[in-house]
Design a protein around this ligand. Structure first.
Ligand SMILES: C[S@@+](CC[C@H](N)C(=O)[O-])C[C@H]1O[C@@H](n2cnc3c(N)ncnc32)[C@H](O)[C@@H]1O
Length: 269
């Protein structure tokens, strides 16, 4: 494995034990409240009963299992063995094990890891693409995982916001993909509350919105919608304030910039 991805994997292995115990993810609250997908996700994808959904970079499976609650058969893929183990345990605890499968694999190997199976929906949720050095290859993976008529739904951090420094005041990183020049961080904290990390070095990559869209179009997908949002769901910048429904929003008086984006695309029949 690419040593940069190896370092990222150690870091994510480390984060799992912290995240599953964090107030941020609130696993017990999630088990009690049994949520389904978000209203925006349901509006975009409609009734998923009986559909096969693959969640790329599923972490410990909360977002994945929300779709199982909505009636889909879900497959979660993540390269962190600790994340996959925690996801399997969470599925058991949530009573959703029968409708869920979790596989330990790098995203780029996902089509092999599922032995060529095709899915109705490829789903990707916040904090995914920045971990991938090459978004064009990701587009090819998405196209190979979708059956004819299958759809991609992605909600992720906007690359414009990702180009800013920690304070959210100045552009520090490239907006465009630079596979050989990753953003290198050395941080002993994660985005949730909880203990310190021991594997602290990570490598991340920005991909411009144009590069993300092109990765899909050049692999034969059709773009159905692309929305840019001035909200996110974590404290990406210190000046974000709490909005409704757990969102973090830009305070009045500050320039509005895109913080996340949602894209819907499909593979033609
Ligand atoms: C920010 S988390 C996704 C979080 C998810 N939206 C959630 O809240 O549960 C990113 C995930 O990507 C996974 N990941 C990073 N690089 C990967 C790769 N190359 N292949 C597969 N999974 C990867 C990490 O292990 C981690 O679980």
């Amino acid at each position: 494995m690419d040593p940069r991805l190896e370092a990222n994997r150690s870091n994510w292995d480390d984060r799992v034990a912290i995240h599953t115990r964090s107030r941020f993810y609130d696993v017990n609250g999630w088990l009690d409240s049994s949520p389904g997908p978000s209203p925006e996700e349901i509006e975009a994808l409609g009734d998923v009963t009986g559909l096969d959904i693959i969640h790329l970079q599923c972490h410990f499976g909360m977002d994945t299992l929300n779709w199982a609650r909505a009636g889909a058969n879900v497959t979660g893929v993540d390269f962190s063995p600790a994340a996959v183990k925690a996801a399997v345990e969470l599925a058991e605890r949530a009573g959703l094990a029968e409708r869920s499968t979790f596989i330990c694999s790098d995203v780029y190997d996902a089509p092999n890891a599922v032995a060529g199976q095709h899915f109705d929906i490829v789903y990707v949720s916040l904090g995914a693409l920045c971990w991938l050095p090459d978004v064009a290859s990701w587009g090819s993976v998405v196209a190979r995982l979708l059956g004819p008529g299958g759809r991609l739904y992605i909600h992720d951090v906007h690359p414009f916001a990702a180009a800013f420094d920690d304070g959210g005041d100045q552009v520090e990183f490239s907006y465009f993909e630079e596979t050989d020049r990753p953003m290198v961080f050395d941080q002993d904290t994660t985005y949730t509350d909880g203990a310190k990390l021991s594997s602290t070095t990570t490598y991340e990559w920005n991909h411009s919105l144009g590069e993300i869209v092109s990765s899909l179009l050049s692999n034969g997908l059709v773009l159905d919608s692309l929305l840019e949002h001035d909200w996110t769901v974590f404290q990406q910048f210190p000046w974000l304030i709490e909005g409704t429904g757990g969102r973090r929003v830009i305070p009045a008086g500050r320039p509005r910039i895109p913080l996340t984006f949602t894209m819907l695309a499909h593979r033609p029949n």
